[in-house]
Design a protein around this ligand. Structure first.
Ligand code: NAG
Length: 470
């Protein structure tokens, strides 16, 4: 009975069936599995490197081999640590984070509402997700995370008790003392309800007090000060008047793009109706939505790839030349290669050092002075990449506010295209550079070179960027 009425939920089972023999094969050649494959490599014969998983983004049987795709962005703190104001970081964000494929019923009735993600909140957090979108309802004398039907929660859409999810978040914050998480609450609950479960979960001691949030678009505190003050969870409500619950009225602080299919349309970046204009400078955080009206694992594969990176640039142009701080997607681990983690790296690179990825930021270098990935995958990926003239790879070397509008688009599209091209490449090189980041303290270790490694990439990037002249 369970789940059968929802075709979307049949897909993971199929993915699992495909994965099992792969995992067995990988185990048989443990040494290879240890070495790991690169983003976009077929992964029949080996595991993928850190921060990746082996998955097919063509769920139709026989329509494509599973490839290594990224699950985890580079740590947004890897370049400047916690020295920057909070609004100078971009965080991977999951839409309907609580609506998980294959969720067992918690109310006694089967869940038949469409899911949006594939792993638990704890797993999302371990993979570097730092923004969670939660829909809160008063239901069964408690607060539940639920999909709404005419503004009400029903058994068949009641995914999880809010307190359970908030406890997972509190536990993560306890054991990861430099992490900051943002909750976007689509709030259907009465005043007082969410505050109560925040307290019951142990999360309220981490809450950033709404009264201390910057008004009129000023900078947020430095990340390190937020950490020192134990203000490590920002909670925004879609409803005003919830300050007493620890929730700030979202639209006073956050600009948010249109969600659903209207938000996927290329070439424009409309706001969602509740938000101020995207170019309003009275708010200093920006959330970019990029997911379809009806969640689909198949569509997420395509949309979380090149279209997502292209949208970043469009929204930058519409948002008074600001990069989004939150990139919100469905099925965040699905893509044809780099996906939403790569888009997060791109935004952090642009925001923090003026480069096309945070992987290309160079310690101590002026804004716009970027590193290239290593020339060959065989050289130690942890070695410092050679310095190059930024005008080659990154024509827009100026800080974001003065950036020329056309050139970075070519480059960022090229980044994702290179990954796509690599994903379609039949032969794996057999070389490994998958796990190359010089060990930053982060748990989100992922190679600076893994998604763009191999000697062909820099030239390929240039070629592709030159061919993108719209
Ligand atoms: C993106 O999602 C839409 C559904 O809103 C779908 O029609 C489209 O095919 C998807 N794009 C890609 C490239 O998969």
């Amino acid at each position: 009975m369970n789940h059968q009425c929802n075709p979307i939920q049949a897909k993971p089972a199929m993915g699992g069936a495909t994965l099992l023999p792969l995992l067995l094969a990988a185990a048989a050649i443990a040494a290879e599995a240890e070495a790991g494959a690169l983003v976009g490599d077929k992964c029949e014969a080996s595991g993928c490197g850190a921060g990746m998983r082996c998955a097919s983004c063509s769920p139709l049987p026989g329509s494509g081999p599973p490839v290594c795709s990224r699950t985890t962005p580079l740590d947004p703190k890897q370049h400047r640590g916690t020295e920057l104001p909070f609004n100078r970081y971009t965080w991977l964000t999951t839409h309907n984070s609580f609506a998980i494929v294959g969720s067992a019923s918690r109310t006694g009735a089967p869940i038949i509402a469409p899911p949006n993600q594939e792993d638990s909140i704890t797993s999302q957090l371990k993979n570097g997700v730092r923004g969670l979108m939660l829909d809160a309802y008063d239901f069964q004398n408690d607060v539940w995370l639920c999909h709404s039907f005419a503004g009400k929660c029903y058994n068949f859409a009641a995914y999880q008790r809010a307190v359970d999810v908030l406890k997972e978040i509190a536990l993560f914050l306890e054991s990861n003392p430099s992490e900051v998480i943002t909750l976007f609450v689509e709030d259907y609950a009465a005043r007082g309800s969410v505050g109560k479960v925040l307290r019951a979960s142990g999360l309220s001691k981490f809450v950033f007090p709404p009264a201390k949030m910057p008004k009129d678009g000023g900078d947020w505190p430095l990340l390190k000060d937020m950490i020192a003050d134990s203000h490590r969870v920002l909670v925004f409500s879609s409803k005003p008047g919830k300050d007493g619950d620890g929730m700030a009225y979202e639209w006073d602080y956050v600009l948010e793009t249109q969600y659903g299919n209207d938000g996927l349309v290329g070439g424009s970046c409309p706001k969602r109706s509740e938000s101020r204009a995207m170019d309003s400078t009275k708010q200093s955080l920006i959330l970019m939505n990029f997911f379809s009206t009806n969640p689909s694992q198949l569509w997420a594969c395509g949309n979380n790839s090149a279209p997502l990176v292209a949208k970043l640039k469009t929204c930058y142009d519409s948002s008074a030349n600001r990069w989004p701080n939150y990139i919100a997607v469905d099925f965040y681990m699905r893509s044809r290669g780099g996906g939403a983690p790569l888009a997060t790296d791109v935004a952090n690179g642009r925001l923090q050092c003026g480069c096309d990825s945070i992987a290309y930021c160079k310690a101590g270098s002026p804004f716009g002075r970027c590193a290239l990935p290593p020339k060959t995958a065989a050289t130690s990926p942890a070695a410092a990449p050679p310095e190059t003239d930024t005008s080659i790879i990154s024509p827009a070397a100026a800080p974001p506010k003065t950036m020329t509008p056309s050139s970075p688009k070519k480059v960022t599209i090229a980044l994702e295209t290179a990954v796509t091209v690599r994903a379609e490449e039949e032969a794996s090189t057999g070389t490994s550079a998958a796990d190359g980041t010089a060990s930053s303290s982060s748990s989100n270790r992922l190679s600076t070179s893994s998604f763009l490694s191999g000697s062909f990439v820099p030239s390929l990037l240039l070629l592709i960027s030159l061919s993108y002249i719209n």
